[in-house]
Design a protein around this ligand. Structure first.
Ligand code: ADP
Ligand code: MG
Length: 146
């Protein structure tokens, strides 16, 4: 699989966001891809579609349960899939990340999907892949930075 090129794309509806998540899952899981331990930043305001994208990735990996933003717990681990889903919206100070053992989590062989990464700076390393979502018309625009 070829790596994702830096590009913008319009996602007209939720199904398009889920389908894009499926593409990402393939990329993140491919042997020539990101080695299954990528750090992925998901940027964009409330309602931009970040969690929907995570749901699309997890569905493609075979997860059938509910996928919600772990806003209060900061982290939802999907241990069987080796995926960590972070939502740092509520942290007031990046030192709170030490309480969840952020360094060990980041060092683990797992894909890390991180909503609101800017709130975790400077405790987070730079991403392997960064996606930025915003509302555009009835849909969403996603910008890929590699
Ligand atoms: P975030 O995690 O960024 O706050 P969510 O993933 O919870 O956002 O999505 C917020 C809403 O946007 C949900 O109702 C979801 O169905 C909707 N949504 C997601 N992608 C799209 C899209 N491409 N077009 C229209 N609505 C979308
Ligand atoms: Mg969310």
């Amino acid at each position: 699989m070829r790596p994702l090129a830096p590009a913008g794309r319009y996602l007209p509806d939720e199904a398009a966001t889920l389908a894009f998540g499926r593409e990402l899952a393939e990329l993140l899981s491919a042997a020539e891809g990101y080695n299954r331990d990528a750090i992925v930043y998901l940027q964009g305001g409330l309602g931009a579609g970040k969690t929907t994208l995570v749901r699309g990735i997890l569905r493609a990996m075979g997860f059938v349960g509910p996928v919600k933003s772990p806003t209060y717990t900061l982290l939802e681990p999907y241990d069987e899939l080796l995926v960590f889903h972070f939502d740092l919206y509520r942290i007031a100070d990046s030192r709170e990340l030490d309480f969840i053992g952020i360094d060990d989590l980041l060092a683990a062989q797992a894909i890390k999907l991180i909503e609101w990464p800017e709130r975790g700076a400077p405790r987070l390393p730079p991403p392997d892949l960064s996606l930025s979502l915003r509302v555009q018309g009835d849909g969403r625009h996603v910008e890929v930075q590699v």
